[in-house]
Ligand binder design. Structure first.
Ligand SMILES: Nc1ncnc2c1ncn2[C@@H]1O[C@H](COP(=O)(O)OP(=O)(O)OP(=O)(O)O)[C@@H](O)[C@H]1O
Length: 311
């Protein structure tokens, strides 16, 4: 049995016009796991997966998929690897259903195309040519094409981009099923919700390298371990001065104005912090209209690591 990771990338470098857009990147993805490559636009996610798909040749480093070289062993890997490209990558003159059936015939044990089409809601545009599909419809067809051959490794580049919420849920459900069936699923995304909801492992990529990796809970614990930080956002019915509250709470907290009537308190928020905050507001004769103890997200982790927002 193949025990090493399904995908292994070591020291990957890819340059365009002398500029390294992937710069010493390491990544592994295991069978039976969803691995999300999360990062902002231009971080090098697509270039990385395209190297794994054999569509681009690395300038340095090694890439192995099921122990094979994606470029040199492309023919051997083809039956075992499913690929959904960011732009769909489908021929435009073919009808959706014909496309799916044509691809299914290339595999030894394809999924039932009727069932797959139904699950992804392809029926409504089965006879429409790819050229005339909407972005979201094209994405759903591209996903069906990527998985119809029961691949052992599936690369999905921004799989839910342009999809409505219902289609997005159908995609995530399919991704989980592939994973539960033992496939290694590697998806790129700049949507932290997508990574949080479906990924077993996340590699956070910025400027062509992985700056953090782990399970979602492990990543969310980063920073919290450091200072137990949480953010309490208080919305009020009046104008409030952050400096006054900061003085009351002491220097273990930072207080920032979020808008004229809301404040954000960041630090080791405890029950006493909430009481002190609302007590101080009462003294100012200001009513608390909404109080939110901010759940930490991967967005916060990215912000902590880079000082920039993910979007
Ligand atoms: N063929 C190419 N020639 C020149 N530059 C390229 C080429 N392909 C990608 N790039 C550049 O490489 C950088 C990384 O692009 P890449 O598509 O890998 O990023 P990404 O993380 O997938 O971003 P996005 O979320 O926007 O798809 C970008 O600055 C992009 O403009």
């Amino acid at each position: 049995m193949h025990r090493s990771p399904a995908v292994e990338v070591h020291g990957l470098v890819k340059r365009y016009d002398g500029r390294a857009v992937v710069d010493g990147l390491d990544l592994t993805a295991d069978a039976g796991r969803v691995t999300a490559v999360l990062g902002p636009n231009g971080a090098g996610k697509t270039t990385t997966v395209e190297c794994c798909e054999g569509l681009r040749s690395p300038d340095a480093g090694t890439v192995r998929v099921l122990g094979l070289d994606p470029v040199a062993d492309a023919a051997a890997l083809r039956p075992a690897v499913g690929v959904m490209l960011q732009d769909g990558g489908l021929p435009t003159g073919v009808r959706a259903q014909e496309m799916l059936e044509h691809v299914a015939r290339m595999y030894a044990r394809p999924l039932d195309t009727g069932q797959l089409a139904e699950r992804l809601g392809l029926g409504a545009f089965a006879r429409t040519t790819v050229r005339r599909l909407s972005g979201g419809q094209r994405q759903r067809l591209a996903l069906a094409v990527a998985v119809v051959g029961r691949p052992r490794v599936v690369f999905l580049d921004e799989p839910s981009a342009g999809m409505d919420p219902q289609s997005r849920l159908a995609v995530w459900e399919l991704v989980r099923e592939l994973r539960d069936g033992g496939a290694a699923v590697i998806l790129t995304t700049h949507l932290m919700e997508e990574a949080e909801d479906v990924a077993d492992q996340v590699a956070v990529v910025d400027h062509g390298t992985v700056i953090a990796r782990g399970t979602v809970p492990q990543l969310l614990a980063m920073g919290v371990d450091r200072d137990g930080a949480a953010t309490l956002v208080v919305h009020t019915d009046g104008d409030v001065d952050p400096a006054g509250l900061a003085e009351r709470l002491g220097d273990r907290f930072t207080v920032e104005r979020r808008s004229g009537t809301s404040l954000a308190v960041t630090g080791a928020v405890a029950p006493g912090t909430v009481a002190a905050t609302t007590g101080w507001l009462a003294e100012q004769d200001v009513l608390v209209t909404h109080l939110d103890l901010g759940r930490r997200t991967l967005e916060d982790v990215f912000l902590d690591l880079t000082g920039r927002s993910l979007r």
